[in-house]
Design a protein around this ligand. Sequence first.
Ligand code: UDP
Length: 241
Amino acid sequence: MQSPIYKRILYKISGEALMGDQPSGIDPKFVARVVDDVIEAKQLGCSIALAVGGGNIFRGVQLAASGADRVTGDHMGMLAIVMNALALRMAFDTRGVGATVLSGLAVPQVCETFTQRGMIEARERGDVLIFAGGTGSPFFTSDSGAALRAAEFGADAILKGTQVDGIYTSDPKKNINAERLNTLTHDQLIEQKLAVMDTSAAVIARDNGIDVVVFSIHEPGSLSRVLTGQGTYSTVSAKQA
Ligand code: UDP
């Protein structure tokens, strides 16, 4: 069996990806596929945490655009993230793979609240960790939450499963001249305002020496392929290859 490029990773999944082919909500078939990919990657010997978004259910900023209170909207967005995390945990449970949801937003009747100690205990049990609730604070995104938890988890890399197979100079679905970038630095990502993650997330990754690897979430088995250096992906790291 090939050894993975990274030993400890945080896999960031956008809420939107969990919709599968549906217009909104959670597609159980897609959740099952993502979970199977994670189990396959775990068999490579990786310690894996997931961080999920909530955009398939609710985004606070959209509510705020219609004049409503942003903070309440963001609380609703973070609860949406918790819902996605519970769907992922259920899929791990049905496969007999231990998974623990740790939420930045306290919802004690449904999952553990994130603490460093709770995270270490779950990691030592060999569980897949599912970070939910983003940072637990409004005015942030799930990417920033993912970067923060990646630093606390001691991750070598954030693997970001997206709609496209890497980082492009502009949206390849809209611009046929968009150029694919194989490797770049965090500073290039920030300076060129490439739409990969928000600046605060990129800064947390940069300042903590965490690589960011972007690949398509739509190819079954892509997580393991990327972790063994196969397939198509873009890498953001401190030094350009
Ligand atoms: N959110 C928040 N603080 C956080 C993370 C998320 O307030 O630390 C809220 C915010 O309203 C956001 C929503 O949760 O719009 C869903 O997260 P996001 O849009 O980042 O999800 P994704 O785009 O990854 O599906």
